[in-house]
Design a protein around this ligand. Structure first.
Ligand SMILES: Nc1nc2c(c(=O)[nH]1)N[C@H]1C(S)=C(S)[C@@H](COP(=O)(O)OP(=O)(O)OC[C@H]3O[C@@H](n4cnc5c(=O)[nH]c(N)nc54)[C@H](O)[C@@H]3O)O[C@H]1N2
Ligand SMILES: Nc1nc2c(c(=O)[nH]1)N[C@H]1C(S)=C(S)[C@@H](COP(=O)(O)OP(=O)(O)OC[C@H]3O[C@@H](n4cnc5c(=O)[nH]c(N)nc54)[C@H](O)[C@@H]3O)O[C@H]1N2
Ligand code: SF4
Ligand SMILES: [Mo]
Length: 743
């Protein structure tokens, strides 16, 4: 290995994090960065919910020192200067389309509205008058041809207004990034427990003595969750990690929150690390259930008292052989038994998961199999235990609660009908994937994107681009330029509207964490001297122009206090928001945290579901058109995040914790590579069922045999994904690809 190749670190977090903090906070943006870190608002980055009224560094139970480096990264990016007025005169669209995600983000902040008109080669500045004229005109089409997409960085208030406007117009086309993310958790948990979110509060997590962490790279994506794992190990509890990749920060993590104990040497995280084949978690969990039965660790009293449908599940477990289980998941029986023993003997087990579980063709079954394991061991509806989807964007869960979903709860539908004085459309709405398919068949005329990057978040970027090109008008509300703004272009008019971020909005807002805690965000100010608008102001003004002021006075809703009154009236569990402006009391949403085994299903019992064992076969190289004369290897590709990116936005080009020096790498198992005749650092072509990437550098890593890992959004050119039809979520974590040597 040559000298300048990055080496794999043995600890996650640690001094590099401190160096990063120091570099950023001592930079020219440093003083403002510190002010922002202390601003009373929820962190922009993940849904762990750090920040809020007790100050920027506190978590939901008031503990300090909880801000992580990801928060600094996100704020630092938002504090960039504006993209200049003359930038678009000098740079044509063709030039902008050459930019990488990293370069696009580094252009700066949007600070005035721009438009790309049909046939023009340059974005140009747009006046607000003309903007509203074009926008109002664009919505004068049949409601089924209007759609929105959103990503959960905005506030509850913006989310509520977005869905209210779209539904008042007569459309249910409220696609959201959660469709690409935790939709299987929402769908699966609702079916089992009658509630689609985590049943574990942070307070409750602190009473657990065992966490099973499945398909999550928490050290990179939810760093402060790792503090809780460290504390559980300190209490002699157990952490079982289930992940095809051995993520270094899940083996050992050095947390700045424990400077003396942990920062230099790191704390051990996993007590047991299982590395299954991508997409095989159902088999692994059925294996755990089988071992629990064999060891007499299933709580039949609990099943009889609080669960329906358990007999069929137990029967399936009996009927599934160990051979089927181990051949499907690639984990040895004794390792599965070791996991079962820990789970079965622990007092309070929390089962937590992220994208490794949801972004699969059988994502909902994955969630069922986790819920079944919790129920068989009596770990649901009891403090310190339960099922815990680890949510993504900082307010993605709030968007769902506010009704930004194609699966609207009946209670919300009725409450909105009362509010609007009319019945809502019953035409099913498009989720994120359905929206792309509909657009691609000319069924969408106007698309309003409140944040996010619908183009680059999708699989098969060629299709996404073509789909956008068939939409007449696309309106983006955004803080920063991203690939979508240069590739997700409408047929007639593409408009970008610059918005304030959470710590800049001139009014109070609220957000909801993945632990069901509502944060109150103080008003703030921006460093930009431009023509920005708040999402709330834009949405209410547009709604006013489209719908008038009856029965809803949209302009009055520019006062977010009034929006919160409507939220209190119409959103289940949110009654306490009615007083939040007076009391400033942040709160846990009622009805979500189960401390008793009484669930929100009609019978009050949990509804166990049988989980078919997936049949996982990789195609042969010939299926990709690669002749058997060429050395090649077919692998199950995981596409996910590097350490230094936030979703489609790349902040750092390398991933130091996986020793991947740049974006165009594929992480592979050394034995797989050697057996097929490849070597470390060799450049290869990686091809999926849609396209290929060339000059991809092989990086040897601790990833299980038959699997590989690459970064999105770049990898999204490669494949058309399988979709779990129950939730619409693409199988981003098991993409069949072939790799072969450059000719
Ligand atoms: N810094 C930062 N923070 C973020 C984000 C970010 O991009 N950057 N994104 C936010 C968002 S929107 C989300 S959804 C979350 C995402 O957070 P994560 O879900 O942690 O992110 P991913 O990179 O998608 O990684 C998922 C993990 O699943 C593993 N995995 C892949 N396939 C399988 C499988 O079949 N089975 C199992 N058991 N594991 C598997 C991968 O190896 C990887 O470690 O993070 C949120 N927070
Ligand atoms: N292959 C592959 N594809 C994936 C995934 C994967 O793991 N693998 N993960 C999927 C997942 S989990 C998700 S959540 C999606 C992410 O998909 P999206 O949420 O659609 O994408 P982001 O990259 O998070 O969007 C970032 C943009 O949001 C805008 N923004 C930031 N803050 C604000 C704000 O306060 N207001 C407004 N209006 N705009 C703001 C900025 O312009 C920024 O460029 O990607 C999905 N795609
Ligand atoms: S763990 Fe998540 S919410 Fe907490 S500071 Fe880090 S990125 Fe922000
Ligand atoms: Mo996500």
């Amino acid at each position: 290995m040559s000298e300048n190749r990055p080496q794999l670190p043995t600890v996650g977090g640690g001094m590099p994090v401190i160096h990063y903090w120091a570099a950023k906070t001592l930079s020219t943006r440093g003083p403002r960065l510190w002010r922002t870190l202390n601003h009373k608002s929820a962190c922009l980055s993940c849904a762990w919910g750090t920040g809020g009224q007790h100050g920027g560094f506190t978590n939901e139970v008031g503990e300090s020192l909880q801000r992580c480096m990801k928060s600094v990264e996100a704020i630092h990016a938002e504090l960039m200067p504006a993209v200049s007025e003359h930038f678009f005169e000098r740079h044509s669209l063709t030039e902008l389309q050459q930019l990488t995600s990293y370069e696009a983000d580094r252009l700066g902040r949007w600070s005035f509205p721009v438009i790309l008109r049909a046939g023009q080669s340059h974005y140009e500045r747009l006046s607000w008058d003309e903007l509203y004229e074009i926008a109002t005109d664009a919505f004068q089409c049949p409601p089924e041809r209007v759609a929105s997409y959103s990503s959960g960085r905005s506030s509850n208030e913006a989310a509520y207004l977005l869905q209210l406007m779209i539904r008042a117009l007569g459309s249910n086309n409220l696609a959201d990034c959660s469709d690409l993310c935790h939709a299987p958790s929402t769908v699966g948990l609702k079916q089992v427990f009658g509630s689609g979110t985590s049943m574990v509060s942070l307070k409750s997590l602190k009473k657990s003595d065992c966490v099973v962490l499945v398909g999550s790279n928490a050290p990179a994506n939810h760093p402060r969750l790792v503090n809780e794992l460290i504390k559980i190990r300190d209490r002699n509890g157990h952490i079982i990690v289930i992940n095809p990749v051995q993520e270094v920060g899940l083996v050992k993590f050095a947390s700045p929150a424990f400077p003396i104990k942990s920062l230099l040497t790191g704390s051990e995280i996993a007590s047991l690390y299982l590395q299954p084949i991508p997409g095989s978690d159902v088999a692994l969990f059925v294996g755990i259930q089988k071992a629990l039965l064999a060891m007499d660790l299933v709580e039949f009293d609990f099943l009889q008292g609080h669960v329906d449908g358990w007999e069929a599940v137990i029967e399936q477990v009996h009927a599934t052989s160990w051979d089927t289980i181990t051949a499907t998941c690639g984990v040895a029986q004794r390792e599965i038994e070791a996991a079962a023993q820990i789970i079965g003997q622990a007092q309070n087990v929390v089962l937590a998961w992220a994208m490794g579980i949801t972004q699969q063709a059988n994502g909902v079954d994955n969630v069922f199999s986790i819920a079944n394991t919790a129920l068989m061991t009596g770990n649901a509806g009891k403090e310190g235990s339960g099922t815990m989807p680890i949510r993504g964007h900082s307010n993605v869960q709030g968007f769902g609660s506010m009704g930004v979903t194609t699966k609207l709860k009946k209670e919300i539908q009725q409450a909105l009908e009362t509010l609007l004085g009319k019945s809502l459309s019953r035409v099913p709405g498009y989720d994120a994937r359905a929206l792309i398919e509909a657009a691609d068949t000319h069924k969408v005329e106007t698309l309003l994107c409140v944040g996010g990057n619908l183009y680059a978040a999708n699989p098969d970027l060629a299709q996404a681009k073509s789909a956008f090109g068939k939409i007449k008008t696309v309106i983006y509300l955004a803080t920063k330029p991203n690939l979508g703004h240069f590739h997700g272009l409408a047929n007639q008019n593409t408009i970008i509207i610059p918005v304030f971020n959470r710590f800049e909005t001139p009014h109070r807002t609220t957000t909801e964490s993945g632990n069901n805690f509502v944060r109150l965000n103080d008003p703030g100010e921006t460093h930009l001297k431009g023509d920005l608008i708040s999402e709330v102001e834009f949405l209410t003004e547009l709604a006013h122009r489209l719908l008038g002021n009856s029965p809803v006075d949209w302009r009055r809703l520019q006062n977010t206090e009034y929006v919160r009154q409507l939220i209190a009236q119409t959103i289940p569990g949110y009654a306490a928001i009615a007083d939040i402006d007076k009391t400033e009391a942040e709160f846990t949403i009622s009805g979500r945290i189960f401390k008793q085994p009484k669930f929100l299903t009609p019978s009050g019992k949990a509804q166990m579901q049988v989980t078919p064992i997936p049949e996982l076969h990789l195609p042969k190289a010939e299926a990709f058109g690669i002749s058997d004369q060429i050395p090649s290897l077919v692998l199950a590709l995981i596409t996910g995040r590097s350490y230094g990116q936030h979703n489609t936005v790349v902040y750092q080009l390398n991933d130091r914790y996986r020793a991947m020096p740049h974006r165009n790498c594929i992480l592979m198992n050394p034995d797989d590579a050697k057996e097929a005749g490849f070597s470390n650092h060799q450049r290869v072509t990686v091809q999926g069922n849609a396209d290929k990437l060339e000059q991809v550098e092989i990086i040897y890593g601790n990833i299980r045999s038959s699997a590989a890992l690459m970064f999105y959004p770049e990898a999204n050119v490669l494949f058309k994904a399988k979709i779990d039809s129950r939730c619409g979520t693409p199988a981003y974590k098991r993409v069949p690809v072939v790799i072969y040597a450059q000719s």
